[in-house]
Design a protein around this ligand. Structure first.
Ligand SMILES: Cc1cc2nc3c(=O)[nH]c(=O)nc-3n(C[C@H](O)[C@H](O)[C@H](O)COP(=O)(O)OP(=O)(O)OC[C@H]3O[C@@H](n4cnc5c(N)ncnc54)[C@H](O)[C@@H]3O)c2cc1C
Length: 428
């Protein structure tokens, strides 16, 4: 029997880590979060991201969906408009409306989503150790020993459970695979890079007529790349835009491409595209806007998401390519579902009615979550391959296929992704 409160360590205080810590704070457990960054981000880190209805429902379970929607960023995107690089209209893709799913897909700044979670973590006075870089783990029958460096000093703690929510470049993942005696896949560059900025909409005359509340997000496919753009602040002062195209791999240091160099290359690649692509690039060149550079790294599908007392969630378990618009939503779903399984076990263990057995619970987590996540990763990769360079014929065929597909696409097409609700999410 486990008569004591379980000790749970969460590695990583990003989207998945902050969310699972908040769920666990409602259970009879002692939780600490180890986050490698020195403190809360002091500037708007990351660009914009789409939070889908399925992710919004998880935030709703934490009582934070309305809080997010009250912030400056947050524009509903029930449909995405797809154009070609010559300015022609290809079609519209349903993205999830409020009427159908209770929440609409919402374009937000990643930093706003993160802030809402971290504000709540602070409000609840959860134990977050900043500047705490997890180094390694060691498992035994009675616990998992977590070692980390904090402010330059080594620390360790024996916990009942470790949740690895430390993202694509997870340290917990290889350490857990060591414990399992298995070899671990490492992040691999996909060949695609995303670059983008948040730009004043007025700096591109005519752009506010293209991006409107009825047409908040436009995605443009060309032969040599892809450009997406969306309004995301309620005052419609800004446009978030990004390009995705092929680029050779670089070292981590080399990916810190100077803004000027990146924009010159971008200008050359997209010079013959229709309005507003060259104009957006020119506006970014003329401004002080920060340029985000986002090389897309993937991790081969993992055989194991867990060991005896360690489990991976979010990008640590399934580095989600950005092309599905589901990275944050799947991280939130993982947190909500793991918390759902833990709730039942912890309650009965603490009351002494049932022994706490972590491994079957973690196996169930992987078994239930992995098929859904794999399907989304496959679709993301399929969409990513459409952003690679194409021959004239290949591009023509792509446009025709999209045109026919979108013509017959109804809102119900998105039910599987957007209509999903994590079990028990309304009972927190
Ligand atoms: C700075 C940043 C900007 C992003 N911007 C975008 C974007 O614009 N658009 C988009 O679609 N997606 C973006 N993403 C990715 C998106 O947020 C994730 O796909 C999604 O939210 C998954 O969340 P996660 O919590 O699993 O991973 P993350 O959000 O990556 O969180 C992982 C956390 O773990 C911490 N960490 C890593 N290693 C360790 C360690 N050894 N010890 C302790 N802590 C550790 C990291 O500092 C980070 O806070 C961004 C991610 C980050 C970190």
């Amino acid at each position: 029997m486990c008569a004591h409160k379980p000790e749970i360590v969460v590695a990583g205080g990003g989207i998945a880590g902050a969310a699972i810590a908040l769920f666990l704070s409602r259970l009879n457990a002692n939780v600490i979060v180890l986050e490698g960054r020195p403190g809360r981000p002091t500037f708007a880190e990351g660009g914009i991201l789409m939070l889908a209805p399925n992710g919004m429902h998880v935030l709703g379970g934490l009582g934070l969906a309305r809080t997010l929607l009250q912030r400056d960023s947050g524009v509903q995107v029930p449909w995405i408009t797809i154009n070609d690089s010559a300015g022609g209209h290809i079609g519209k893709v349903p993205q999830g409306s409020e009427e159908r799913y209770g929440f609409a897909s919402t374009m937000v700044m990643r930093s706003d989503l993160h802030d809402v979670l971290l504000d709540e973590v602070e409000r609840k006075r959860l134990d977050v150790k900043w500047n705490a870089q997890v180094q390694s783990i060691e498992e035994s029958d009675d616990g998992v020993l977590v070692r980390w460096i904090q402010d330059g000093l080594p620390h360790e703690k024996k916990a009942d459970l470790l949740i690895g929510a430390d993202g694509t470049w997870s340290t917990v993942r290889p350490s857990m695979y060591d414990c399992l005696g298995l070899s671990v896949p490492t992040p691999e560059y996909s060949g695609l890079v995303g670059l983008g900025a948040l730009t004043n909409i007025d700096s591109v005359p005519g752009l506010s007529d293209l991006l409107t509340p009825d047409r908040p997000c436009v995605m443009i496919h060309g032969r040599q790349g892809f450009v997406g753009m969306a309004i995301f602040d309620r005052e419609r002062k800004k446009v978030g835009w990004w390009t995705t195209h092929e680029a050779p791999n670089r070292t981590r240091e080399e990916w810190k491409i100077p803004k000027k160099e990146a924009l010159v290359k971008m200008r050359e690649r997209y010079s013959d595209w229709a309005f507003p692509v060259p104009q957006l690039i020119a506006a970014a060149e003329a401004s002080d806007d920060q340029l985000f550079v986002w090389p897309v790294f993937q991790v081969r599908k993992l055989e194991r998401w867990h060991s005896r007392r360690t489990v991976l969630i979010g990008d640590a378990a399934h580095a989600m390519p950005p092309h599905s618009g589901q990275g944050a939503s799947q991280a939130l779903e993982d947190a909500g579902y793991l918390a759902y399984l833990l709730r039942a076990q912890i309650e009965s263990a603490v009351s002494g009615t049932k022994e706490l057995d972590w491994t079957p619970l973690l196996a169930q987590f992987q078994m239930d979550r992995q098929p859904r996540v794999n399907e989304i990763v496959d679709e993301a990769n399929r969409r990513g391959s459409m952003k690679k360079d194409q021959s004239v014929l290949g591009y023509m065929m792509k446009k025709w296929i999209m045109w026919i597909m979108f013509m017959f696409m109804r809102e119900s097409w998105g039910d599987g992704w957007f209509g999903y609700k994590v079990p028990g999410i309304d009972e927190w």
